[in-house]
Write a protein that binds this ligand. Structure first.
Ligand code: ADP
Ligand code: MG
Length: 418
């Protein structure tokens, strides 16, 4: 038991049917029916291997994509193939979530065998829209079709989906009302790393916040600054631009227009409030870079031409951030410093990631695009901890109790099936 939640050490799984929720949501190439990345699938294999080797009948539940962006909304069939390869044993797939076919396949499982059900978000009650509009209690989630059909076939529930721990949905929070539950190894590890980062980071502790999710970045910033967790926050990406604007600096008409168009103008006021309280611990870019006719051009604050849209921090800022990162004992990063997908505006991100690879400090990187940057710059083996969960990580760092953590604490108190 850790953090009030059972671990796999606390469950006797031999011969038991274990319903195991994983987060193997990946970018999909719908035309080719393949996955463009497999990071999350790889991350949950230790739990699946352990359950299978201990003789559990393993039923995997997972979502793929969402009803908000249909681009990645897809079957989990390709995931079963990838999992089979990684585990070196067949992971059966069935194109049903909790209907008669899925239930028959679960009943037919033998100890050590694995079965992946189809995308749980094919069920209406599991959709993001449903979660946002209806906000079911955990007791009510236990009454949804998915849980009512599958819980009677399971003995135990394991959640290894830390990346989805901020989601309040039946496949994540419903089963814990009925089945003795535990967290998987990935969930346990991510929870431990992030908790120790929050409780007792080695100092100096530097947060590097960039990217485009300004709301999340501001929330995180106020939590880690108010709680004394971060000694310094270095800002880049749109986060740095909005803060500079809030600080009364001229970031150019291009950037201001873009920020307005994205609906982030309201956050300028939030930026002012942050600066009023924590100015001495927040670092903003001193120079920026933009593109003209395909060429990178750099400008110090105060001389950004009005027709240039800045899309990266400048080299001087990146150099200063490198020095701070190398001098830190703990570095947490969420969000790139600029539009690193384009050659002309990747320099700031590349320089920051180079420093992450060199520092002796404990480095943690979270967020989908930040993980892509880590791969792009070949730093995967050099970053101490890459957190698979972007949204969950951010909410954890804002101090919220995650819905899945709450549900798992409940399920950890159950000794028998309800
Ligand atoms: P993460 O996925 O790591 O949490 P975000 O999703 O918040 O990060 O931000 C990543 C996105 O932000 C990238 O697509 C990147 O191109 C974009 N971005 C970064 N800096 C800027 C900028 N200055 N202007 C516009 N977009 C930016
Ligand atoms: Mg992103």
């Amino acid at each position: 038991m850790r953090f009030g939640i059972n671990t796999l050490d606390d469950l006797a799984v031999q011969g038991k049917t274990v319903l195991c929720r994983v987060d193997i949501n990946e970018p999909v190439d719908q035309a080719g029916g393949t996955l463009k990345d497999t990071t999350r699938i790889e991350a949950c294999t230790p739990t699946l291997k352990e359950l299978s080797e201990k003789g559990a009948k393993v039923v995997l539940l997972a979502h793929q994509g969402s009803d908000i962006e249909y681009q990645n909304f897809y079957t989990t069939a390709p995931h079963a193939q990838v999992l089979s390869g990684l585990l070196g044993k067949p992971v059966r797939f069935i194109d049903d979530v909790c209907g008669p076919a899925a239930r028959e396949a679960i009943k037919a499982l033998k100890p050590g065998e694995l079965l992946l059900l189809d995308n749980v978000r094919f069920m209406a009650e599991e959709q993001t829209f449903f979660e946002m509009k209806l906000q079911l209690s955990h007791a009510a989630q236990a009454k949804t079709l998915l849980v009512q059909k599958l819980a009677p076939l399971g003995d135990l529930y394991v959640c290894d989906a830390f990346a989805a721990a901020h989601r309040d949905q039946p496949s994540l929070c419903g089963f814990e009302q009925l089945l003795p539950s535990a967290m998987g190894r990935l969930f346990e590890r991510e929870f431990c790393v992030i908790s120790s980062l929050m409780e007792n980071p080695e100092r100096p502790c530097v947060f590097v916040l960039g990217g485009a999710k300004i709301n999340d970045a501001f929330l995180m910033m106020s939590t880690v600054l108010a709680g004394g967790i971060a000694d310094t926050v270095l800002t880049g990406g749109l986060v740095g631009e909005v803060l500079s604007w809030a600080d009364g600096k001229d970031i150019g008409e291009g950037a201001r227009k873009f920020i307005k168009q994205e609906g982030y103008e309201l956050l300028v006021e939030a930026g002012k409030a942050l600066l009023a309280r924590y100015r001495d611990r927040i670092v903003m870019p001193g120079d920026f870079a933009g593109v003209r006719e395909g060429k990178r051009l750099e400008y110090p604050l105060g001389s950004i031409p009005q027709d240039i849209l800045v899309l990266d921090i400048g080299s001087k800022t990146a150099q200063a951030y490198q020095d701070r990162i190398k001098a830190a004992k703990t570095v947490f990063v969420n969000g790139p410093m600029g539009v690193f997908e384009e050659a002309a505006t990747e320099k700031g991100t590349r320089m920051v990631w180079d420093a992450l690879g060199e520092t002796v400090g404990y480095t943690v990187v979270g967020g989908g695009d930040s993980i892509s940057a880590t791969k792009k710059y070949g730093k995967t083996g050099l970053i101490k901890y890459i957190c698979t969960g972007g949204g969950a990580l951010i909410r954890f760092l804002t101090g919220e109790e995650l819905p899945v953590v709450k549900a798992l604490r409940h399920g950890s108190q159950l000794t028998t099936k309800q």
